[in-house]
Write a protein that binds this ligand. Sequence first.
Ligand code: TYD
Ligand code: MG
Length: 455
Amino acid sequence: MAKKAAKSAWFCTDCGAESPKWAGRCPACGAWNTMVEERVAAAPARSAAAARGKRQQPVAVNDIEALSEPRILMPSKELNRVLGGGLVPGSLVLLGGEPGIGKSTLVLQNLLSIKSRTILYVSGEESATQLKLRADRIGRGSDNVFIVCETSLEAIEGHIEAVQPSILVVDSIQTIASDTLDSAAGSVGQVRECAARLLRYAKERGVPVLLIGHITKEGSLAGPKVLEHIVDAVLQFEGDSRYMYRILRPIKNRFGSTSELGIYEMARTGLREVTNPSEMLMTHAGTDLSGVATGVTVDGARPFLIEVQALVSTAAYGTPQRSVTGFDSKRMNMLLAVLEKRVGFKLAQKDVFLNIAGGLRVNDPAMDLAVVCAVLSSNVDMAVPAGWCMAGEVGLTGEIRACTRIEQRISEAARLGLTDMLVAAGNLKGVDKEKAGIRIHEVVKVEDAFRAIFG
Ligand code: TYD
Ligand code: MG
């Protein structure tokens, strides 16, 4: 009998409708650009195997043997922490981030320092010479790292058989394609198929597989959202590529907490771990410039101090400008409206520029108070005294509201030697003010904060 050709069909990612050919618009639900090619021939074979009787029986959870193989420790402590304590054998991890942020550097740098394992690095983006140049920049590493430039999934499977790696890296999932599908590399169908095949490999052989993936301009992982469901962990590498700080954030992790956070700095010789972010993000501590305030933020479970800079000046043209980096611009407009209405500062005819230090982006509502203080300080042209910091959310009536993890914030500020901290009144339940190691000023309204700082 002739070998059956691999068959594919088109499925709508919205409603799941099947169609034998591609269509711009789903014939069932009418959505545009949702049809994705998928292989369908393999499915009956698998269900036949299942029917042959290898049916699973329910087992008591306490009788299941725990994972015997220990985690593979990465050389970077920050990476281990974000992974939940090292790389789990047989896991599929997706590392996403914008182009040029340092994904390849992070992975290569870590793998080059692992001496005891065979590693296969599949690159579909760069040539071996380019990778070598990068490796030389980072410093000479292990002899057990093998690099292959390949974009065909079937060829990659061949290389895996030849090298028998104990860690596999695919850089990037959008550049590889399987011969069983007609669609181009990077299409939703290809990304899904390749990820599923690599997942099967990871689970069957117990080899951890690291996939590198691009994210789109909107910040989501390119390719299907389903990729996030397939993999065990999704780590996002973020930051502004014009600045040196990078944050590694777990979006999903089946083997650890997603509230961890890794901070790196991009240097000439690769990425450097930042174990003490607060010290680096407070550039002007000690100088008395107006418009600078220090906020105490928590990202994931990690508290750090970060500087907010504001510049308020009279608008030169009719419409005042509002320019923000690292903070939500709608939120800033809301805070400015609160200052205008509740505190009586006439900001409507002023240009306001706001900047968060280090090119980082903060979403913590507790940064509101620092933003407000920076704006007020610039507006009255009086510096916030050295050693002051703040944490609190600002409500629409100008009230200061409590924030989460206040003990951690206070101890981080105290540890860095700051002397005074503004917090919302009532936020201190269970916190011993005397033992805090920092003078705490409880404030109810924005006016109180203004009075506390500027007298
Ligand atoms: P890269 O890892 O190629 O990013 P990605 O894989 O996410 O696309 O790194 C991109 C940038 O990092 C590159 O523009 C230059 C910079 N870089 C350094 O500053 N120092 C270094 O030692 C290396 C290797 C890269
Ligand atoms: Mg790269």
